[in-house]
Design a protein around this ligand. Structure first.
Ligand SMILES: NC(=O)c1ccc[n+]([C@@H]2O[C@H](COP(=O)([O-])OP(=O)(O)OC[C@H]3O[C@@H](n4cnc5c(N)ncnc54)[C@H](OP(=O)(O)O)[C@@H]3O)[C@@H](O)[C@H]2O)c1
Length: 263
């Protein structure tokens, strides 16, 4: 009777993770911001899959509230799979980005992921086999102008996850990191993909497909998960370029897309 804990489960990729885990018969502990429709998702998942679903709506940036929730959850539900999915980004010149937005990206993507993982590991280690899936991004592979803080936060997730994987090698805990390309989840990314035309659509995978690939590979113990052939190819080709050139190529693309993005 173990559970999978998913952050940002109310929408986008997090919701797709919840649906996929439910289909696999996994019980769920779901975290989301208040008002993201989590209760109705949970009710559908319970009815359709005959699983247990527990919901908690709060802001992950509030460390004390996060701590209280983890204490409660770990006391009541044995967790064997943690999916750190919640994360935010944006595209704008640094000097035009509000200070609060920069703080929000760092608090959610970096701070809450690190604290939650730190608090959960002792509990995950109680299970004979347990898993962590951390959601990074293809953006982690290159510094990117006009995004700067977001790719840096996702590079942190990448380094943090692979370091932890090594630290817990030989235990029952396996840690994986997912590097999705653009996904049509929120309106901002969808707008950018639509305006890219054929180029944008070529590497595009449906959100449920990304969730399915990521969960299956995590449960098989893969360290690094890049979903989709085009994204793998893109990553390999960009790796052939010297860093300065790679930075310029990727940043120029992002600069062209700035008109379609809201911060
Ligand atoms: N979309 C893309 O193109 C793309 C590409 C690569 C990587 N990613 C990564 O994939 C993950 C999911 O992205 P997405 O596009 O599905 O998300 P999204 O639609 O942009 O929504 C943001 C996600 O973060 C959660 N969230 C935001 N602020 C929060 C807060 N203060 N406390 C708790 N949760 C908060 C939301 O949770 P609720 O809605 O449940 O409240 C939601 O799941 C993120 O880590 C993102 O960086 C996305």
């Amino acid at each position: 009777m173990t559970y999978t804990l998913i952050t940002g489960a109310g929408s986008g990729l997090g919701r797709a993770f919840a649906v996929e885990c439910a289909r696999m018969g996994r019980n769920l502990v779901l975290f989301s911001l208040p008002g993201s429709g989590l209760q109705s998702l949970a009710s559908d998942l319970r009815t359709e899959n005959r699983i247990q679903v527990q919901c908690f709506e709060f802001d992950l940036r509030q460390a004390e509230i996060l701590k209280e929730h983890i204490l409660f959850v770990t006391e009541h539900f044995p967790i064997d799979f943690l999916i750190n999915n919640a994360g935010i980004g944006g595209t704008s010149s640094l000097t035009e980005t509000p200070l609060e937005r920069i703080d929000d990206i760092i608090q959610l993507n970096v701070r809450s992921t690190s604290l939650l993982t730190r608090m959960m590991i002792p509990h995950l280690l109680r299970e004979p086999n347990s898993y962590i899936l951390n959601v990074s991004s293809m953006a982690a592979f290159t510094p990117i102008a006009y995004k700067t803080v977001y790719p840096a936060s996702k590079a942190f997730i990448s380094s943090f996850s692979l370091g932890l994987r090594e630290e817990f090698a030989g235990t029952g805990l396996s840690i994986s990191v997912l590097y999705p390309g653009p996904i049509m989840t929120n309106s901002n990314t969808s707008r950018r993909i639509i305006h890219q035309g054929l180029k944008g659509k070529m590497g595009l995978l449906a959100t449920p497909e990304i969730a399915r690939i990521a969960i299956r590979k995590t449960l098989k113990g893969h360290p690094v998960i890049i979903p989709g052939l085009m994204n793998k190819l893109n990553h390999s080709l960009l790796n052939l370029l010297p860093l300065g050139l790679k930075l310029r190529v990727v940043s120029n693309e992002v600069k062209k897309e700035m008109q379609w993005s809201a911060t």
